[in-house]
Ligand binder design. Structure first.
Ligand SMILES: [Zn+2]
Length: 416
């Protein structure tokens, strides 16, 4: 059977940058190995969420063929599932950031810490925070954690706002909850609000949790040690995208009649892959980009011998975009080409297999946030003709008309 590799390069798309000769990082990057795939390729240039700037959860869902406007119940579900917390319908799953707030105003939403520091803080929170519901708090990567409230005094509801500036939740009548990225204009930290009456208990529980957990962090050994060493200090927790329902994604293996594996290191993407029924290949994110790419390339190639299709997620492009490092961004894309694409060119049968390369959303490295631009998609298959470069610009001009939205990618490529 012909094989498929679907690479999602997080936040890869960008806007033209003056200091890169008015090109985007994708356009500017030298992609020698990709030409082997571009020889037989078609492009698409779909919108992900229309006017809304997507978060990674809705972007990845859409790319993998799950309409976020139909299936999204809140990112927290996938984050906690990907952390191995096994959320259940009716429980409340939440994505957490360790950040910093000074005099009621946002200083930083991301305080990067070591795995040991994150775990120590998480253990303390589990032990010392007492609120009106049972919960599990689990360390993630960098500045992230997961939080699942198991049972409370009243039923939980996902109809609550986020306290993390820059992410706004939008609620739909069919129970769908989407959150999207916005510019941070107001640095004042707002309390979590109930959007519907049924969520009043949940909102007050979450506000209570935020103040108690933040107090635990400020009194922790980790805080004191970091202060001594002059490092950035975590003193606040941001709760985002609470989910109280299983999104019930239809099984991707049944949907397309192919066996899927996923090579993804971050909890969110692991969670989405698990919810979709993919088999997870054991992978962690390595801090060294080259080590990480060699590992993921090897695992993707190996998974191809056992599975019909592999979803590979590359995270680093988005992280550098949020930091405004556009030169690092094109260098990362060049390394994807050198390490991952070159490996795949050897491992795949270019006469019959299909490679898809795209992203979950565009992240502007000048604005340092996600934007609502359409995403560039390369679909390489021997049926298609030659293209010279893969970029936002080329995709916007030459693209398959039937792929209007990111959710249209999968039905198209699975029918090849
Ligand atoms: Zn993303």
């Amino acid at each position: 059977m012909a094989k498929t590799v679907f690479i999602i390069v997080d936040g890869m798309a960008d806007l033209p940058i003056k200091r890169l000769k008015n090109e985007t990082p994708l356009e500017y990057a030298i992609k020698t190995n990709l030409y082997k795939f571009l020889k037989h390729s078609e492009f698409a240039y779909p919108s992900v969420l229309g006017k809304l700037a997507p978060q990674s959860d809705s972007g990845v869902m859409a790319d993998l063929g799950y309409d976020p406007f139909k299936y999204s119940t809140g990112r927290g579900w996938f984050e906690c599932l990907g952390l191995g917390m096994q959320p259940k319908d009716g429980e409340l799953s939440i994505r957490v950031n360790f950040g910093s707030v000074v005099k009621g105003k946002l200083k930083d939403v991301r305080i990067y810490m070591s795995k040991e520091e994150l775990e120590e803080l998480s253990n303390e929170i589990n032990k010392k925070v007492k609120v009106s519901a049972d919960f599990d708090f689990k360390a993630g990567e960098g500045y992230r954690a997961g939080l699942v409230f198991r049972s409370g005094k009243k039923d939980f509801s996902s109809f609550v706002s986020n306290n993390e500036p820059g992410y706004t939740a939008k609620f739909f009548d069919n129970g769908v909850k989407l959150s999207f990225a916005t510019a941070v204009k107001d640095r004042k930290i707002h309390k979590i609000k109930a959007v519907r009456k049924e969520a009043e208990y949940t909102a007050s529980l979450l506000n209570d949790f935020v103040s108690k957990a933040s107090a635990v962090i400020k009194n922790s050994r980790v805080y004191r040690e970091r202060k001594k060493r002059g490092l950035e200090l975590p003193d606040y927790i941001f709760l985002r995208d609470a989910a109280s329902k299983d999104p019930k994604l239809p099984d991707i293996n049944d949907k397309y009649g192919k066996k899927w594996a996923a090579v993804a290191g971050m909890p969110l993407e692991k969670g989405i892959a698990t919810a979709a029924g993919m088999t997870l290949v054991d992978t962690a994110e390595d801090k060294d980009i080259k080590t990480d790419f060699y590992d993921k390339a090897e695992k993707t190639a190996r998974a191809l011998s056992k599975f019909d299709a592999v979803y590979l997620h590359i995270k680093q492009t988005d992280a550098v975009s949020h930091l405004g490092k556009f030169r690092d961004k094109y260098a990362i894309i060049e390394n994807i080409d050198k390490i991952i694409i070159s490996k795949l060119a050897g491992a795949m049968d270019l006469g019959k297999d299909t490679l898809i390369m795209t992203c979950d959303h565009a992240t502007s490295s000048e604005l340092k946030r996600h934007i609502n631009s359409n995403i560039p998609v390369m679909i390489s298959n021997s049926k298609f003709g030659f293209h010279g470069n893969f970029s936002e610009r080329v995709c916007s001009k030459e693209h398959i008309k039937e792929i209007k939205r990111a959710v249209d990618i999968m039905p198209f490529v699975m029918s090849l």
